[in-house]
Design a protein around this ligand. Structure first.
Ligand SMILES: Cc1ncc(COP(=O)(O)O)c(C=O)c1O
Length: 414
């Protein structure tokens, strides 16, 4: 029986979401469009298999085939990140990070990460996350110019003496200097952990400096700039750390791995290893450059005055509207973004004075510089006259026409 016959409610809602994804413009920096082939294997019979353990060391019978699949995912992941070890089992980026901490730290140990309000992630020690509850967390941030001041990180690290330093961010538009972070980590005897969830797709294409050989351990999501299925991965070149990571993930924090997702990760990695991938990643950055330039030409302030990667951070500290107002106005025009705090923030995290915009999803649809220029100008038009609901409706119609020339999926189910 088809899903349509079996459960019309969920079928209809899935199609409604397909329409939303196709008609609107997705500019949330952490979102992307994965391949139909990735979705095909994710929706396969592999979901039925229990395979606690690792290839050739399982706690269940009948794992010969899924062992091969997991080994392919591991080998491709290692090739992609040019490293000796990969664990492809984490169910998400957060669980990957939880696994790294569990492997390298004891409860109460000190960690130093980027402040959530400065662009870090919840799992980098925020007090509401288990990373901030189990471990004693300290933070570095960005300066008013929107950049990490590595001398300040060094000063804080020398005072705190953390056991682990986390670098990597959710909202940082500039290259991360992994070598500098390692220098600091070595000075205080800390592990360097690079969470490259946001930039992994650029890293593997040579569009962002590599975290290896600087980081002791690296984690990522597979669904952001990598365009694979939703999930996490952990990599290292250190044999002792590798052993600890494997036992921290299973049996430490997870049970049976999601074999359908691991297979989908393998398919995604195949795409990431292709020549086509390099072209995509280059275009993501080039589109972000165009977005940044047009917005600045239209007199909008960007945190750090530009971008090196896939995202731009707009600051409205000099405007009489908030990030939330901008988020709503763009949403009314079918442009999905998210509000974000900015350096020197004066508003609450629910209101904010900034906006985070990314180009990975539009680039996956085939948008190039010409289309990005059009979109960026529409964004500025909307924000210039933020209370003009009629203009928002008018632009929404124009953007639907533009989007219809870049069909990403013909159907919701594969
Ligand atoms: C830097 C960073 N690390 C980790 C994560 C967590 O990933 P997930 O949402 O898969 O748990 C995110 C997600 O936004 C992120 O931006």
């Amino acid at each position: 029986m088809s899903l349509e016959c079996f459960d019309q409610e969920v079928f209809n809602l899935t199609n409604q979401e397909l329409k939303r994804q196709c008609e609107g413009l997705e500019m949330i920096a952490s979102e992307n469009f994965t391949l139909p082939e990735v979705m095909e294997v994710m929706g396969s019979i592999l979901t039925n298999k229990y395979a606690e353990g690792y290839p050739n060391k399982r706690y269940y019978g009948g794992c010969e085939v899924v062992d091969e699949i997991e080994n392919i995912a591991i080998e491709r992941c290692k090739k992609l990140f040019k490293c000796n070890f990969a664990n492809v089992q984490p169910n998400s980026g957060s669980q990957a990070n939880q696994g790294v901490y569990a492997a390298l730290l004891n409860p109460g140990d000190k960690i130093l990460g980027m402040d959530l309000s400065h662009g870090g992630h919840l799992t980098h020690g925020a007090k509401v996350s288990s990373s901030g509850k189990i471990y004693e967390s300290f933070f570095y941030g960005v300066e008013l110019d929107g950049r990490i001041n590595y001398e300040k990180v060094r000063e804080i690290a020398h005072i705190v003496k953390p056991k682990l330093i986390v670098c990597g961010a959710s909202a940082y538009a500039r290259f991360i200097d992994f070598a500098k972070f390692r220098e600091i980590a070595d000075e205080v005897g800390a592990y360097l952990f690079a969470d490259i969830a946001h930039i992994a797709g650029l890293v593997v294409a040579g569009e962002h400096p590599d975290p290896f050989p600087h980081a002791h351990v690296v984690s990522s999501t597979t669904h952001k700039t990598l365009r694979g299925p939703r999930g996490g991965i952990i990599m290292s070149n250190d044999e002792e750390i590798a052993k600890k990571i494997n036992s921290a993930i299973f049996p430490g924090i997870q049970g049976g791995p999601l074999m359908h997702v691991i297979a989908a990760k393998a398919v995604g990695f195949k795409f990431n290893l292709s020549e086509e991938w390099k072209i995509y990643a280059k275009q993501v950055r080039s589109n972000a450059q165009v977005l940044a330039k047009v917005l600045m030409d239209r007199k909008y302030k960007l945190v750090s005055d530009g971008t090196d990667n896939h995202l731009v951070l707009m600051s409205f500290l000099d405007r009489d509207f908030s990030g939330k107002d901008a988020d709503i106005a763009l949403g009314n025009s079918g442009i999905t973004v998210n509000k974000n705090t900015v350096p020197g923030e004066i508003r609450s995290p629910f209101i904010t004075s900034g906006l985070r915009l990314g180009t990975p999803a539009l680039t996956a649809r085939g948008f190039k510089e010409k289309e990005m220029e059009i979109v960026a100008n529409y964004i500025a038009d909307i924000l210039d006259d933020i209370n003009n609901v009629n203009l928002q409706k008018e632009i929404k119609q124009k953007l639907q026409v533009l989007a219809s020339n870049f069909i990403i999926y013909e159907k919701a189910m594969f």
